[in-house]
Design a protein around this ligand. Sequence first.
Ligand code: C5P
Length: 429
Amino acid sequence: MKTKYYALFRQCSAVFTDLAMIMDNPLVNLKHRRILLGITGGIAAYKAAELTRRFQDHGADVRVIMTRSATEFITPLTMQALSKHPVHLDLLNPDTESVMGHIELARWADLILIAPASANFLARFASGHGDDLLTTVCLAAECPVAIAPAMNQAMWAKTVTQTNRNTLLARGAHILGPDEGLQACGEIGAGRLMAVDDLILRSSELFSTGTLQGKTVVITAGPTREAIDPVRFISNHSSGKQGYALAEAASNAGAEVILVSGPTHLDVPERVHRIDVISAIDMHDAVQNVIDRADIFIGVAAVADYRPKLAANQKIKKDQNGHQSLLLEFVENPDIIKAVATRPNRPFTVGFAAETQRLETYARQKLVDKQLDMVVANNVGDTSIGFNADVNAITIVTNHTSQVLPLMSKRALSERLIELIAAQISHQG
Ligand code: C5P
């Protein structure tokens, strides 16, 4: 028993060390991020090689688009060797489009960074052109687009370039730089590509400006297993998918996320800290160990309500008692979410309710009984959604509101739910 608690303590202190590391080092935000690097024609194009390597050093996956004039300054072969992927050059090439078309490229990216961005690129993107691969991908993008201009200081200072810059800024593009200093042409002024170190840092910061920035979220997910003997247990069909999707969405919204997870086959989402547990009691203890840090608690786990009163030390033999039936006595498990919701200074607490009928009524009852701030009800009577499925449809109930989110992927649903929780928290001040 002592060993078990020591292991749990070690897991929890490892989480705090990791969280401290994240707060000190925003570059960890780049891990496993997909960066689409657009290179346009300018002397600073050679710096795209170093930029690619530095992104990779921080764990990002980089793919490259080059304009035709960029290939006059640095070869696609160099960028292919560094990025370890073919460089994308053409819009209307059937071969490359069939491998990864311009829309797929835009969807693939978590961030599009154009570095260096020429005056010509700024003008064409600002005026909505889509006549080459790079402008088309930028037009199709739904992820953030960052632009690092680099050009002669007089070109940068021209009213038309500044107007284009301001237009792009007003449309939501992130403009990084340019820096001031000695230029390749020998002139001095603003127009140098932002230093590679700063480009890396600013790009990483773009991933952490979400609605839950600075918040810590604790989420329980998956089933619990309640031991009958060393080889048998009682559990349920929860896959953990909804809890893991929420953990990912909360992390993408800038939160530090601690995921207390029962046994699942899922990979831990990037930047999420998972504490593995087996039984309801383990889950309760793990939550209690970290809950002081939480601004938000989301109980998604399908926690077993009861456990066998005594788990046998040895495997129960079929004919042990000479009886043809086996009686197990159950005792109630702790209610993890209620224990959180009834704490003084409790976090914003969200529960899930798996129901087969009268979703809103039962959800509202749970809101009151467990003293929650929000209850998310889903219909587990329909086996094509909810448990184990990739899609879900939910009803969200708070003290004063009720909202239905129709059938959608657990990922999309999680993003919507995280935004709703963030809105509630900012509303509460
Ligand atoms: O009471 P019921 O199981 O219907 O409530 C479901 C909600 O309560 C979920 O959010 C679930 O994670 C949480 N729960 C818990 N501890 C329990 C039972 C349920 O945290 N022992």
